[in-house]
Design a protein around this ligand. Sequence first.
Ligand SMILES: [Zn+2]
Ligand SMILES: [Zn+2]
Length: 152
Amino acid sequence: METRDGSQSSGDEDCLFCKMANNQTDAEILLSDNELVCFRDSKPGARHHYLVIPRTHVGNCKTLQKDHIPLVEQMEEMGRRILEKNKVSNLDDIRMGFHLPPFSSVPHLHLHVLAPASQMNTRSLTRYGPQSYWFITVDKVLQQLRTHSKVK
Ligand SMILES: [Zn+2]
Ligand SMILES: [Zn+2]
């Protein structure tokens, strides 16, 4: 199905997350399906910190459109699944969302999934907390896509 010469590649050849999705790195893939891949964040900001990415290269959350709603919903679902799999019982005490540009570590859309949110340190709160200017929750993204067809 996939070719090694990159003709199927829809993203940057050097994109780290494209490589991870294609299993070209040592990263342990925790969950995957036809569209999505989940692995651990290499610099965890909470006891549990996972990333869910689409296999196809999608840019940051500002490039999302209405058509992406099902994809984002699936990413959220996989985020919940990885937390449940790792015995996170309080799914109200979590943070799930995206970086807002220009702050973005890797320019391939990735959902950050963190738990427990109440035990995140200051550095982590600055990046992923409710007060962060650089972070938007998946709920807000979906809401904005439904009402404005894009993320403001
Ligand atoms: Zn990519
Ligand atoms: Zn990130």
